[in-house]
Design a protein around this ligand. Structure first.
Ligand SMILES: O=c1ccn([C@H]2C[C@H](O)[C@@H](CO)O2)c(=O)[nH]1
Ligand SMILES: [Zn+2]
Length: 134
């Protein structure tokens, strides 16, 4: 699976986005170490705040299937620059992605920027911060 193929999958799954409110479809694709590709799109709701971004839908699909080891992720939207993930998604990514994982952000022209997790979310809150007495 090439990075370009993963980007194609992210662009392709945008068609399933449920976005009657924002009309801003986003797609994501996640490659596991076992070679599986999980895809996801954003899913909105009439109660706006309960909608979920494409990145989190994708990661949660993989985690709920028992997958925890990942290689790379692609995120695509119809943006001028490669689409930047929101802060909530960066926090969820940081829970499951080590710094070896490549995160490809792209747009429909496949203008792509690739980041490491600590570039997308430096000084992130993590499980170590919960261990205040150790
Ligand atoms: O990286 C992003 C940015 C936004 N959205 C969604 C949230 C909402 O449904 C719509 C507009 O913000 O796009 C994503 O899925 N991923
Ligand atoms: Zn998000």
């Amino acid at each position: 699976m090439s990075s370009n193929k993963l980007i194609e999958e992210a662009i392709n799954v945008r068609k399933n986005a449920y976005v009657p409110y924002s009309k801003f479809p986003v797609g994501a694709a996640l490659l596991t170490k076992s070679g599986k590709v999980y895809t996801g799109c954003n899913i909105e709701n009439a109660a706006y705040t309960v909608g979920c971004c494409a990145e989190r839908v994708t990661i949660f699909k993989a985690i709920s299937d028992g997958e925890t080891a990942f290689v790379e992720m692609a995120v695509a939207a119809d943006t001028k620059r490669p689409v930047p993930p929101c802060g909530a998604c960066r926090q969820v990514m940081s829970e499951f992605f080590s710094n070896e994982i490549q995160i490809h952000l792209t747009n429909l022209s496949k203008e792509t920027k690739t980041f490491r997790m600590d570039e997308l979310l430096p000084f992130s809150f993590n499980n170590d911060d919960l261990l205040k007495n150790e």
